[in-house]
Ligand binder design. Structure first.
Ligand SMILES: Cc1cc2nc3c(=O)[nH]c(=O)nc-3n(C[C@H](O)[C@H](O)[C@H](O)COP(=O)(O)OP(=O)(O)OC[C@H]3O[C@@H](n4cnc5c(N)ncnc54)[C@H](O)[C@@H]3O)c2cc1C
Length: 327
């Protein structure tokens, strides 16, 4: 079995973008180390046709575990199953998305197999025989780099969505699917009584290529409507600073920053956000930051690629109008 594993979350017959980003980097690592990479897919029913993109985007193998205990998700069933597979096949590393499932499972599996765990990793390479992984620390003030000997311990890491590049789709790549079983899922202590899914037509914040963020400067309902309108013309996700969340204008799950989500879009438009370190630590991986703020001294202008010094209630309608004309 392959040396570097990517745990690929399977939902509604698809995989999230970060799965493909992790596969591309894992494949580069595996190739440098003379090995191969596998996507690991768990569910009660897995359709093999859904797995083809994993191979086209770089997975050498796809390992499926299909069992009724795997739907709905529970920490124990998933972590116990992955622990059993890791003990059986002994991969050098297992990567998860730095999302709710990854952050739930990865520490348990790491504890079970005695592996070091790194969360919110933003880059990974191989230097000689060492795996080099890096991530931000102290609210983005420093970058920590870890050099690990992949032969010594299995390594577990969660990877920030958008931080790595997915490969080009190559439809000539072979698709190798292996079905596996485990003898015992162990005690499953969680009982899921109901799953309530919130539906939103918007792109997921952590996966979005464009994000519009609102801060205290949006002032309330009218400001929220403005940033949503801007997001709609751009096909963007909407996020907010903690001030906007604390005011109840934007839901908590959309908070960007140190105690919220980390985003890595191509474009982040920060509206009425001052640019505190706690907010920017979640947005520093954005490729281009545009700030709209009426205070020309606001800290956000120190990190923004483009700045608009203006009242957002004047600037955003003009932007929307112009974008609609372009569209
Ligand atoms: C431990 C800890 C963790 C934290 N975690 C987070 C986190 O994860 N995410 C986060 O965001 N914050 C976090 N914070 C809070 C953070 O320190 C700031 O308080 C918060 O980010 C400020 O939000 P803001 O920029 O929207 O508000 P403010 O700092 O009040 O800035 C509002 C900005 O809007 C501008 N403005 C006002 N009106 C207009 C207008 N009409 N047009 C244009 N501009 C206008 C103002 O000039 C100002 O720059 C954390 C704090 C702590 C202590």
């Amino acid at each position: 079995m392959s040396d570097i594993w990517v745990f690929s979350t399977y939902r509604n017959s698809t995989f999230n973008k970060v799965s493909y980003e992790m596969i591309a980097s894992s494949r580069k690592l595996a190739t440098s180390l003379g090995g191969s990479t596998a996507s690991i897919v768990f569910d009660s029913i897995v359709h093999e046709a859904d797995l083809v993109p994993l191979a086209y985007y770089g997975a050498d193998d796809v390992l499926i575990l299909e069992d009724p205990s795997l739907s709905p998700y529970t920490t124990d069933a998933y972590a116990n199953a992955l622990t059993a597979l890791a003990e059986k096949y002994k991969p050098l590393a297992i990567f998860f998305a730095n999302d709710a499932v990854g952050l739930d499972m990865a520490p348990v599996v790491a504890q079970n197999i005695g592996a070091p765990l790194l969360t919110d990793v933003m880059d990974m390479t191989v230097e000689g025989t060492k795996l080099l992984l890096s991530r931000e620390a102290y609210s983005g003030k420093i970058v920590q780099e870890f050099a690990l000997d992949p032969g010594r311990h299995p390594l577990i890491a969660t990877i920030r969505a958008g931080a790595l590049e997915a490969a080009q789709c190559d439809e000539t790549r072979p698709v190798h699917v292996t079905r596996t079983q485990i003898e015992d899922f162990g005690t499953i202590r969680q009982v899921v009584k109901d799953v309530v899914r919130k539906t939103s037509a918007r792109v997921d914040l952590t996966e979005a290529r464009c994000v519009v963020g609102g801060g205290r400067g949006i002032r309330g309902e009218a400001g929220v409507k403005l940033i949503e309108d801007l997001a709609d013309v751009l096909g963007a996700a909407v996020g907010g600073s903690r001030a906007a969340i604390d005011e109840g204008w934007i839901e908590g799950q959309y908070q960007i920053g140190q105690t919220g989500k980390s985003i890595a879009p191509d474009l982040y438009i920060a509206c009425g956000i001052s640019g505190t370190i706690q907010h920017m630590s979640g947005a520093s991986a954005a490729k281009c930051i545009v700030a709209i703020n009426k205070d020309e001294e606001a800290d956000i202008f120190k990190v923004a690629d483009y700045g608009i010094v203006a009242d957002l209630f004047t600037a955003i309608p003009l932007l929307i109008e112009e974008l609609r004309l372009q569209n």
